[in-house]
Design a binder for this molecule. Structure first.
Ligand code: ADP
Ligand code: MG
Length: 496
């Protein structure tokens, strides 16, 4: 009996339907359309149209055997199935869609993926004899006309996030060496996907972009793309709004090294997750490299589908831990050197000791310090660092006691603490006592009464009087005012 394309395909579908689940049939076979049946060189060629390149990959990967048997049964041993993929071109260039012919070669399966022969800007024709990827090397990019993407493609990488600038320490050593291996051979290691997780500001973005920068500079991957999951989501939503969802899909399937940052933000975005799931599968199946980051271990991310979470962990999942003191010092010194500043060891140590959990804050401290020293035209000293970084470094605030202040003030004026606590009215002692009361009122939460009691049982009006006297004298006596500032300085050093 002579078949039309439709009847041949319908006969095939009847067989296929009986062999797979309803859901799979609906998803993968119902959208296909028979578009041609012709005899060519002793073969009978049945051509069906696929909605996207991804269908082609999926069908070849999952239904190859079934399709071969079916076509042979319906058309005979000379039967061959051909796929035609319609690629929607960007609306801007006004060209009609381009279709791509992909033979599903039921009689032989070559061990490697097709080599793309470029025809025009966004279409490609594969020679017969292809199969799904077996080689670990990324296959040539079917949508890339040679030389076109290379010059035009924006990887969206920050060029300063390189391996050279990434300081290695115990907390990131393993992640770094895995990342390095991936950079050498994207898609060619078993670290696919590569998932790095850890707290904010620990270098996840830097490290993952270093892979991308390396691959670009050393040409180990042709198309590299860095994108945050938020931006991915936003662009996907936009693509849907403008009926460009298939362009979106096609765009992502041409990437050789895809870096998606902060995947925890996919949580709750079901449609986006689904799209990413398909992109992930397509890339992974064709040996492309996927690099991911998250702020916590994948299994702790809520709101992301299980099938996606499990894929995140197919390859290598590593964490980055906060850097230890030595690493923090090294990072600061590197950074200072890059900026051409000389920093005293005491200053780097001070910052490194106080900013522990976040490298971004470590860098922020340095920048702030630099800004102040430039503004004030003063050297970067430990004192300046203490002052400038006061709120940034958030040292545990020490709540000073009356005794603490008595000690600091007495030390400064060289009077014993016993003397200020006694009832003596000697002039220097009285002055020291007033200053100490002044600072107690300023820096402790004690009532005037309590303060008075600890200065030899004086009453609250004495404390008020002391406070006002000191204030007045600061106004009128420059030398005194300077002394008060010195004492204030000593107190602030103690209270941080
Ligand atoms: P995350 O993505 O984990 O929040 P980032 O990669 O954005 O962290 O890092 C924050 C800042 O700290 C960046 O400026 C980055 O260059 C720097 N940084 C992080 N880790 C290192 C490191 N090991 N060596 C040098 N700089 C680092
Ligand atoms: Mg980040």
């Amino acid at each position: 009996m002579k078949h039309s394309p439709e009847s041949a395909w319908r006969a095939c579908l009847d067989i296929i339907r009986d062999n797979i689940s309803r859901q799979s049939f609906k998803t993968w076979f119902e959208p296909l359309k028979a578009v041609g049946l012709s005899d060519e060189g002793g073969l009978t060629k049945l051509t069906v149209q696929l909605p996207s390149q991804f269908y082609y990959e999926w069908l070849e990967e999952h239904y190859f055997a079934l399709i071969r048997k079916t076509v042979t049964k319906v058309i005979g041993p000379q039967g061959r199935l051909y796929y035609e993929v319609v690629i929607e071109k960007e609306a801007t260039d006004g060209q009609p869609g381009v279709s791509v012919q992909l033979p599903a070669n039921p009689s032989s399966r070559a061990p490697t993926r097709p080599r793309a022969e470029s025809v025009g800007t966004r279409s490609a024709v594969y020679p017969p004899g292809m199969g799904p990827p077996v080689s670990p090397q990324p296959p040539p990019n079917p949508f890339a006309a040679p030389g076109l993407l290379k010059t035009k493609f924006d990887s969206r990488l920050n060029p300063s996030y390189t391996f050279e600038r990434f300081v290695e320490g115990d907390g990131n050593r393993f992640a770094r060496s895995a990342a390095w291996a991936i950079g050498q051979q994207p898609g060619g290691t078993s670290f696919n996907p590569f998932m790095v997780y850890g707290g904010v500001g620990l270098g996840k973005t830097h490290l993952n972009q270093a892979i991308g920068n390396y691959a670009n500079t050393h040409h180990t991957a042709e198309t590299v793309l860095y994108i945050s999951s938020e931006r991915f989501t936003a662009e996907f939503v936009q693509a849907i709004q403008h009926n460009r969802a298939s362009d979106f899909s096609i765009f992502y399937r041409q990437i050789d090294l895809l870096i998606v940052d902060d995947v925890q933000f996919f949580a709750g975005k079901e449609k986006t997750q689904e799209e990413f799931f398909h992109i992930f599968n397509a890339l992974h199946q064709s040996g492309k490299q996927i690099v991911l980051s998250a702020d916590r271990p994948p299994k702790e991310i809520d709101g992301i589908e299980e099938r996606l979470l499990s894929r995140f962990q197919w390859g290598l999942t590593v964490d980055i831990q906060p850097p230890d003191l030595e690493t923090r010092i090294a990072i600061l010194q590197n950074k200072a050197e890059e900026d051409g500043i000389r920093l005293g060891r005491d200053v780097t140590e001070f910052i490194a000791q106080h900013v522990k959990n976040n490298i971004r804050e470590l860098e922020g401290s340095l920048i702030r310090l630099l800004a102040y020293s430039t503004l004030r035209q003063s050297e970067i000293t430990l004192d300046l660092a203490r002052e400038v970084l006061r709120d940034l470094i958030r040292e545990p605030q020490v709540q000073l006691t009356i005794a603490d202040i008595q000690r600091i003030v007495c030390d400064y004026f060289d009077i014993t603490e016993d003397q200020v606590r006694a009832r003596t009215r000697k002039r220097e002692v009285a002055k020291t006592r007033q200053v100490a009361m002044y600072f107690c009122k300023m820096h402790t939460n004690n009532s005037l009464k309590t303060i008075g009691l600890q200065f030899g049982g004086r009453d609250h009006s004495t404390v008020i009087h002391a406070y006002q006297t000191v204030e007045n004298q600061i106004e009128t006596d420059a030398k005194f005012s300077q002394m008060i500032e010195d004492v204030q300085h000593r107190i602030s050093l103690r209270s941080r």
